[in-house]
Design a protein around this ligand. Structure first.
Ligand code: ADP
Ligand code: MG
Length: 253
């Protein structure tokens, strides 16, 4: 949409680690308030993209901006409008869920840290567990607490790098609910995943990162249309995202 600035804009991004060319010209945009899934196999370069967007790593070429701010020239300002949640929860095991949230709110010099903590516990269905040590939490509860912590200070753009990797199916569904809750409040979410069903469940748009480039970018419906029509069958079967992924990249894998 021309009238609405994009929350994230990436153009011609390149990055190599010595002789390994991980990103070879990555382009995409993320609309404000949407959930965008960067989908790719292990080692495709998803974390590299997220690290560049969150100013932890410099690109070799290309440009990237977050909330209209260039990551290369205005890294400090970018850091003020984002939060990053990695694959491994950054919560303190010894503290309770509530204490973790209060601690982060205090570190950010926010007023009423207790109220902020209680609101977030409620929002992420952790109110009953709030007083318990995190060491007693399930994987899904930890990940939800981690996402709640990343929301303190209301950053408009959130990066979730493989938010459900390593979680059991039930915990994944809980985390999906938490991610949907984020976007429902207008936060822009860029998530990375290796799980085709996760992108399908959560994302408004899905981009597939493969061999250093975005090879497909569209809505789920658009991606499904890329598949050749199925052979005539009595029951029309909906293709899974996995079918689409294999149809597109399978040939040169
Ligand atoms: N600091 C680094 N030094 C050298 N190689 C790296 C470094 N970080 C990542 N890589 C390599 O770059 C490729 C992409 O990594 P990454 O962005 O972590 O992929 P993904 O998150 O999609 O699994 C992988 O082959 C990985 O081994
Ligand atoms: Mg990664």
């Amino acid at each position: 949409m021309a009238t609405r600035a994009q929350a994230i804009r990436v153009r011609g991004l390149e990055k190599s680690y010595k002789t390994l060319h991980v990103l070879r010209g990555v382009d995409f945009e993320v609309e404000r308030g949407s959930i965008f899934a960067l989908l790719g196999s292990n080692g495709a370069g998803k974390t590299t993209v997220v690290r560049i967007l969150s100013t932890l790593l410099k690109a070799d070429a290309g440009t990237a901006s977050v909330d209209g701010l260039d990551v290369a020239t205005r890294p400090a300002s970018v850091r003020e409008v984002i939060s990053l949640t990695g694959q491994f929860a950054a919560v303190d095991e010894i503290l309770s869920g509530r204490e973790n949230l209060v601690l982060v709110a205090r570190l950010r010099h926010l007023k009423q840290p207790g109220k902020i903590a209680d609101d977030l516990l409620e929002r992420f269905s952790l109110a009953d567990a709030g007083a318990r040590k995190v060491s007693t939490y399930s994987g899904g509860m930890r990940r939800r607490l981690d996402i709640a912590m990343s929301l303190i200070g209301n950053p408009p753009v959130i990066f979730l790098d493989e938010p459900t990797t390593g979680l059991d199916p039930e915990a994944r569904i809980e985390v999906w609910a938490a991610v949907k809750e984020l976007a429902a409040r207008g936060t822009t979410v860029l998530l990375t995943t290796q799980y085709l069903d996760e992108a399908e469940q959560l994302a408004d748009r899905i981009a597939i990162l493969h061999k250093g480039r975005i090879i497909v970018n569209g809505t789920l419906a658009e991606l499904k249309r890329l598949l050749p029509p199925a052979e005539a069958e009595y029951v029309e079967k909906q293709p899974s995202l996995e079918d689409i992924f294999l149809a597109i990249v399978g040939a040169d894998k």
